[in-house]
Design a protein around this ligand. Structure first.
Ligand code: ADP
Ligand code: MG
Ligand code: ZN
Length: 196
């Protein structure tokens, strides 16, 4: 992003599958805001308890301190009024009210940077992500590397056969896959008929 607006807020969405570097990219942007001496506050949902619980941590172990909250209301209550830049990791785990929260912050002249999975393990849009993508001024869609064939990967393939949408895990439960290897991995083709 070359041009940075002034005197207005905006929303940036960083999306893509697991292992695509969303958290790394979020951390990169937030560190740069820190260097610019901007007040930064970082949130993540309670559900993500991989690695340290009070930090956002990438798969490559880069970390930044964060406030852990269970709901959007808790996030609102914990918000420091001086803050200029708000980062939210794993934003797909919050309910739809996170979209209004982000809009309010941006309307209040804050820079809001959210990172989240745009698709669940079936390839379906994840929670509030479609609306966040629609509201955002800036969108970055990242790709991982397909574990099977090395092509760019835009899907998170679940190895475990647990049908719940939220199953937090790392390399043991999920693989980054391209669309072909994703499709071939679900032999009964149960899943992607549901993709509209
Ligand atoms: P995300 O937040 O999107 O899940 P992270 O920022 O936590 O991603 O992690 C990205 C890092 O994951 C990469 O820099 C790389 O070290 C590692 N990684 C592991 N598996 C893959 C893969 N299949 N493709 C790309 N990166 C991978
Ligand atoms: Mg992440
Ligand atoms: Zn592939």
């Amino acid at each position: 992003m070359i041009l940075q607006p002034s005197d207005v807020g905006w929303i940036e969405v960083i999306c893509g599958p697991m292992f695509s570097g969303k958290t790394e990219e979020l951390i990169r942007r937030l560190k740069r805001a820190n260097y610019a001496r901007q007040q930064v506050q970082i949130f993540k949902p309670q559900i993500d308890d991989r690695y340290q619980s009070e930090a956002i941590v990438s798969h490559s172990q880069v970390a930044l301190p964060s406030v852990v909250v269970s709901t959007v209301e808790q996030m609102r209550a914990a918000l420091n009024s001086q803050v200029e830049v708000i980062g939210i990791d794993e934003v797909q785990f919050f309910d739809a009210s996170v979209v209004d929260f982000c809009e309010e912050l941006a309307d209040g002249e804050r820079r809001v940077i959210v990172a989240g999975l745009d698709q669940d393990y079936l390839g379906k849009p994840f929670g509030p992500m479609p609306r966040l993508l629609a509201s955002a001024e800036y969108i970055t869609k990242l790709l991982a590397i397909c574990i099977k064939c090395g092509n760019p990967a835009n899907r998170s393939y679940r190895l475990a056969s647990d049908p719940q949408q939220v199953l937090v895990g790392t390399a043991e439960q999920y693989e980054a896959r391209c669309r072909r290897c994703f499709r071939e991995g679900y032999p009964s083709a149960h899943s992607f008929q549901a993709v509209e």
